[in-house]
Design a protein around this ligand. Structure first.
Ligand code: KIV
Ligand code: NA
Length: 269
């Protein structure tokens, strides 16, 4: 029985070796990533990369719990963090606690992640004081896509940068042990990382953060509808998968598959 990384292990990365985080949504992928990462994020990005939704807004709590449980079953040592979906925590601290408690108890994950800054600080403190470890998410927060008018980098104007600085400080002061900083310029990520206690995990936020996260389907080249500037593709699985399907289809049509070795009661000739 391997011991899972805990909040204490992750917090020890502040100003140390970078935290490695990847998204995972299924047990087999979690099993492949687990030996290599510190944290597995069951992101609500699954709505877009697995379910074909245009945004993360239609993702439900039931979906997050089901995928969270799969990732916990598939992994052994990484800390598993599950995203709270849109509408499951913004109403009140009590609503957030009720749903976060379901996520932790029904999936077995160790922490939840929620988007937002100053307006969510009271909720973050409410959760943390009641035993729910919280990861924040500031900057480009995809659940705000309708308010932002699209997915674009944040904090380029001084007013926007100021707001993100205050957001990061507020959720760190409220007790979030880590926070994702998404889609911001390096200078801002550097200032936030230097001033907050929380471990900062960047996605499109420069190497100045305490760690990095990417969406696994993006690094594997499996999700190819669009590629944000900050995504580096480490593999091209889309072609591998499509070639496998094409070869299988050809062999079925030509009756080359199944050959004798794949059949019961047929002598290999
Ligand atoms: O949903 C997600 O995958 C995320 C990461 C991009 C940080 O929130
Ligand atoms: Na997310």
């Amino acid at each position: 029985q391997i011991k899972r990384q805990t909040v204490v292990d992750i917090v020890a990365h502040k100003n140390g070796q970078p935290v490695v985080m990847l998204t995972a949504y299924t047990a087999p992928m979690a099993k492949l990533f687990d030996p290599h990462v510190d944290m597995l994020l069951v992101g609500d990005s699954l709505g877009m990369v697995l379910y074909g939704m245009d945004t993360t807004l239609p993702v439900t709590l039931e979906m997050m719990i089901a995928h969270g449980a799969a990732v916990v079953r598939g992994s052994q040592q990484a800390m598993v963090v599950v995203d709270m979906p849109f509408g499951s925590y913004q109403e009140s601290p009590a609503q957030a606690f009720r749903n976060a408690a379901r996520v932790l108890s029904e999936s077995g994950a160790a922490a939840v992640k929620l988007e937002g800054g100053e307006e969510m600080a009271e909720t973050v403190e409410f959760l943390v004081r009641r035993g729910v470890p919280v990861v924040g998410h500031v900057g480009l927060t995809p659940q705000h896509v309708n308010a932002f008018g699209g997915f674009r980098s944040r904090g380029r104007s001084e007013a926007e940068a100021d707001k993100i600085r205050r957001d990061a400080q507020a959720i760190s002061d409220a007790g979030a042990f880590a926070m994702v900083i998404e889609g911001t310029v390096e200078q801002l990520a550097r200032e936030i990382t230097a001033s907050v206690n929380a471990v900062t995990i960047g996605i499109g936020a420069s190497p100045a953060c305490d760690g990095q996260v990417l969406v696994s389907e993006d690094i594997l080249g499996l999700f190819t509808d669009f590629r944000p500037k900050f995504v580096k593709r480490y593999a091209d699985l889309a072609s591998t998968v499509s070639d496998a399907a094409a070869t299988y289809a050809d062999e079925v049509r030509s009756r080359a598959f199944p050959s004798a070795e794949y059949c019961f009661g047929v002598k290999k000739g």
